[in-house]
Design a protein around this ligand. Structure first.
Ligand SMILES: [Zn+2]
Ligand SMILES: [Zn+2]
Length: 367
């Protein structure tokens, strides 16, 4: 199959022919139709998250089931599927605790660049290629765990389904599952990017009275408002906590969602939340970075700081909810699709992402 392989950090991906093995018992071979280029791919390419090399990146994808392993019952050949980058074993401590995205089994596999049980289906024995988040969708085909496949209706466009596989669910779930935004609330969203747009949109749909988009790039205001932001504050030039207090009878935001992962932004979220309000930390900081806030204020204000992974950690459930809202014409996913490119143009997609182009570039394959 044709695949985009990363051999060295900070270099272009190489498009080449890569052997792919048959799916194991509880694995599925999926023909990728659409796959988005996301910030986590960029962090891997830049060496920030330091995945093992060589590796095939890509973790926001949808496709068609081509072949199933002997013990697979969840999907069958011809099914259309969204692929999850956090498959789970269903049996470990965290799976039993209903925290499937914390699954020990797949956490270890993703760290080692393999599938479950250390299996590898990419490359050859002499020249193995690593899997990325048990997915590796920058390729014509992918072998993934059965639990990472979610069947969808065939009328859902693959580009839409791909986006739901990462950025959309991450932003939507942060609002719905972690912030639990209620009608009439005041919500802040820091970082108007692929995830932030979905947090803004979800907060608007949840009936928030005010949705304040916060970013250092004033050019993001128009798009933020088009997805439901009622206010836009440039945190480089405005006193955001004071602005939000002015919107909330002096109290502060009911919840603030940080999608940037910048320590200063997380501290800003903390200062902006009202007493008893919550800070939802979604964006991922570079390793080793620390956040500072005045410790005595934490018990006194009863603020809550909540880490949010894959939108609260039950992605498969959220895929269904988001697609139901999309089908009802309430959640706008079509407008989030940017350029469609072929696999050999993927390095351009990374450059656009780095330049801050907001609409998602999707690598698309012939159906
Ligand atoms: Zn992603
Ligand atoms: Zn598990």
């Amino acid at each position: 199959m044709k695949a985009a392989v990363l051999y060295n950090y900070n270099e272009d991906l190489l498009i080449e022919d890569v052997p792919i093995g048959d799916p194991g018992d509880r694995e599925v071979l999926v023909r990728i139709i659409a796959t988005g280029v996301c910030h986590s791919d960029l962090s891997a390419l830049k060496g920030k998250s330091r995945p093992p090399l060589p590796i095939i990146l890509g973790h926001e994808a949808a496709g068609i089931v081509e072949k199933t392993g002997s013990a697979v019952s969840k999907v069958r050949k011809g099914d259309h599927v969204i692929l999850s980058w956090a498959p789970n074993c269903g049996e470990c401590f965290y799976c039993q605790k209903r925290l499937p995205t914390m699954c020990d089994t797949y956490g270890a596999a993703a760290g080692n660049g393999t599938l479950w049980n250390g299996a590898r289906r990419l490359g050859t024995v002499e020249r193995p290629i690593h899997h990325f988040t048990c997915l590796s969708s920058f390729a014509e085909l992918a072998v993934v765990p059965e639990s990472g496949c979610s069947k969808i209706e065939k009328d859902i466009p693959f580009e839409v389904a791909a986006l739901v596989g990462c950025a959309v669910t991450t932003g939507f779930g942060a609002v719905v599952n972690d912030a639990r935004v209620e009608p009439g609330e005041v919500v802040g969203v820091i970082g108007v990017g692929g995830v932030g747009i979905n947090a803004i949109h979800a907060a608007h749909l949840a009936g928030a009275k005010a949705v304040a988009a916060i970013d250092i790039n004033p050019e993001k205001e128009t798009v933020a408002r088009s997805f439901g932001a009622t206010h836009f504050f440039n945190s480089a030039t405005r006193d955001v906590p004071a602005e939000i207090r002015a919107l909330s009878r002096g109290r502060g935001a009911d919840s603030v969602i940080d999608c940037t992962g910048r320590p200063a932004a997380i501290a800003l979220a903390y200062d902006t939340a009202r007493p008893g309000g919550s800070v939802i930390s979604v964006g991922i900081a570079a390793k080793g970075e620390m956040v500072c806030f005045q410790a005595s204020t934490l018990p006194n204000t009863q603020k809550r700081i909540i880490g949010s992974n894959y939108g609260g950690g039950m992605p498969e459930h959220d895929f269904e909810r988001i697609l139901a809202l999309y089908r009802a014409g309430r959640f706008d996913l079509d407008r989030q699709i940017g350029e469609r490119v072929a696999l050999d143009e993927i390095n351009d997609a990374f450059r656009w992402l780095e330049q801050g182009v907001l609409a998602r570039t999707l690598v698309c394959f012939e159906q």
